[in-house]
Write a protein that binds this ligand. Structure first.
Ligand code: FNR
Length: 359
């Protein structure tokens, strides 16, 4: 029997993401909540993200004989039931004891892509197992940082590949963590970070990921056999360099406004990246996506998939795997309604809805 949806997960109600966030704030310890919600420096980029999606205007289609909308699609050739996926966020055990295991189970139950942070609090083999237990074909990727000593990342990459990850998303916008609210050392106490610490023998080196080059993409694929996606691109010229270096996907992201403050919003950056590389590589986007309409705007501007970062952590904190599933299903239902109203029955038809047609 499918468990009842939590009351906040009602796609007919406006403002449910804020209600979910308020519920999460009640259960997450205050310093962890401040860390989760933080934007870098003045928080300009974080604050602009949501409004940038709301500013996109749609150009719906008519008279296309549209039927029931279908939200199924593919990411790097793997089928998913929704184009809305879970972006990587570190240390999910801080908000829920089952952390990434529950996140994996919730995403798998919704048929959604789950991107696991390399700063996960569970073993990748256990995370892969938790996803497969719900759906043997669940799709998940590893998000990776590369420390200056590339070899230090080899065990992490190989462990994820062995555990069933389908791709590696290399985060390139974080030479070091940008200045933002950080919990004090004692605030982390009481949370089991042992596996995380074991992953990175030299924690200080793991905070720095300087000197990344396009050649690192080929090195990742040679090391673990998985295709690469580059996460943290906002410029069309960089997107081209990624694809020329062999990236299978480019992920438009500003890290949820947690790295360089005043970085352009992803809704604004997306169209030029799609124009530069969309015919050769898949383009994904995250940052401030909070509704099915935001997701439709992203698809309308050419994204293949849309990822959400903070909301799944809120859902995890409030209701574990079931909360994550409800969140993703609610966003997908909203998207489905918007697709049909926009005259689309398939995801590909959404492409181009974000701009006037060329005749
Ligand atoms: C992140 N993000 C992130 N990104 C990444 O590549 N590796 C990581 O370990 C983390 N960790 C992380 C922790 C927390 C608490 C947050 C809020 C974010 C960034 C994340 O993947 C994504 O780019 C943004 O969160 C998307 O923006 P929204 O949906 O949170 O607005």
């Amino acid at each position: 029997m499918t468990p009842a949806r939590p009351s906040w997960a009602d796609p007919r109600r406006r403002g449910w993401p804020a209600e979910l966030a308020a519920l999460a704030q009640q259960v997450v310890p205050a310093p962890m909540w401040a860390y989760l919600e933080a934007g870098a420096r003045e928080g300009v980029t974080r604050d602009e993200a949501v409004d940038a999606w709301r500013a996109v205007r749609l150009w719906p289609r008519v008279l296309h004989g549209t039927g029931e909308p279908d939200t199924r699609g593919e990411v790097l050739g793997a089928p998913v039931r929704t184009p809305v996926g879970v972006a990587p966020t570190s240390m999910q055990r801080v908000v829920h004891p089952d952390g990434e295991l529950a996140m994996a189970a919730g995403a798998a139950a919704a048929g959604a892509l789950h991107v696991v942070s390399s700063n996960a609090g569970h073993r990748f083999s256990d995370i892969g197992e938790a996803a497969r237990a719900v759906d043997p074909d669940a799709v998940w990727w590893l998000q990776a940082y590369l420390p200056p000593d590339r070899e230090a990342a080899t065990p992490v990459l190989r462990a994820a590949a062995a555990a069933g990850a389908r791709a590696v998303a290399l985060t390139v916008d974080t030479p070091f963590p940008g200045t933002k609210y950080e919990p004090a050392e004692e605030d982390w106490q009481g949370h089991d970070l042992s596996w995380h610490r074991a992953n990175f023998a030299d924690a200080r080196a793991a905070r720095h990921h300087r000197g990344l080059r396009p050649e690192d993409l080929a090195w990742i694929t040679e090391t673990c056999g998985l295709p690469t996606v580059v996460k943290g691109v906002v410029r069309a010229d960089d997107a081209r360099r990624c694809v020329e270096a062999g990236a299978a996907g480019v992920w438009v992201s500003n890290h949820g406004g947690r790295q360089l403050d005043r970085t352009i919003s992803t809704a604004t950056a997306l169209p030029a990246v799609v124009a530069a590389v969309g015919h050769e590589a898949e383009v994904y986007v995250d940052g401030g996506v909070r509704s099915g309409l935001d997701a439709l705007a992203a698809l309308g501007l050419g994204a293949r998939a849309v990822l959400v970062g903070r909301p799944p952590v809120h859902a995890l904190a409030v209701a574990g795997a079931r909360g994550v599933q409800a969140l993703l299903e609610t966003l997908t239902e909203e998207l489905s309604e918007a697709l049909e109203l926009a005259g689309c029955s398939r995801l590909e038809q959404a492409q181009g809805l974000g701009a006037p047609p060329d005749l």
